[in-house]
Ligand binder design. Structure first.
Ligand SMILES: Cc1cc2nc3c(=O)[nH]c(=O)nc-3n(C[C@H](O)[C@H](O)[C@H](O)COP(=O)(O)O)c2cc1C
Length: 149
């Protein structure tokens, strides 16, 4: 298992594409864990997606490196669960904003798993954060027990 902090690794946003692709090749489960920014991913992760998931690697006729891997999105949102309703500030269910991630999986041949969401992340106490972290840990443990990397 590899914990890879993009902001720590690339403070100047200069991504080592070949190295990142090698990391992806060596793992069966890819987890994006990040705060939701404008109902989307933070900018460095977007740049990573644009540069690392290139044609011929992640998609396209010869781009089959991610086929058969699994993907999990784990996010924290400042907004409460109520804000992600028709009457709430964000108007739509939080999963509606995840369609681009789901489509990324589909295009790359990765299996989409039900996302993990921690709402009201700035208001939560240790207990909620612990529950969220544990859920993620359990998911990964189960994955490893199934014989994956
Ligand atoms: C630039 C920016 C955009 C944000 N956009 C959203 C948003 O669209 N929806 C939301 O619920 N929270 C939003 N937030 C709040 C963050 O998601 C929240 O602060 C974060 O999940 C807290 O996690 P952290 O402590 O790891 O930063 C935004 C925060 C920043 C700085």
């Amino acid at each position: 298992m590899t914990f890879h902090d993009l902001y720590e690794t690339y403070p100047y946003f200069s991504i080592d594409v070949k190295k990142e692709q090698e990391v992806l090749r060596n793992h069966d489960l890819i987890v994006f864990q990040h705060p939701f920014y404008w109902n989307n991913m933070p900018p460095l992760l977007k740049l990573w997606q644009d540069e690392v998931l290139e044609n011929g690697f992640a998609y396209g006729e010869n781009g089959k490196e991610l086929v058969g891997k699994e993907f999990l999105l784990s996010i924290t949102t400042g907004g409460s669960a109520d804000t992600y309703t028709a009457e709430g500030q964000n108007k739509f269910p939080v999963t509606d904003f995840m369609r681009a991630y789901e489509q990324m999986c589909s295009l790359c041949g990765m299996k989409w798993n039900p996302p993990h969401v921690l709402h009201s992340s700035r208001q939560n106490g240790h207990e909620e954060i612990y529950v969220h972290a544990n859920k993620l840990k359990d998911f990964m443990s189960t994955f490893i027990e199934r014989g994956h990397l």
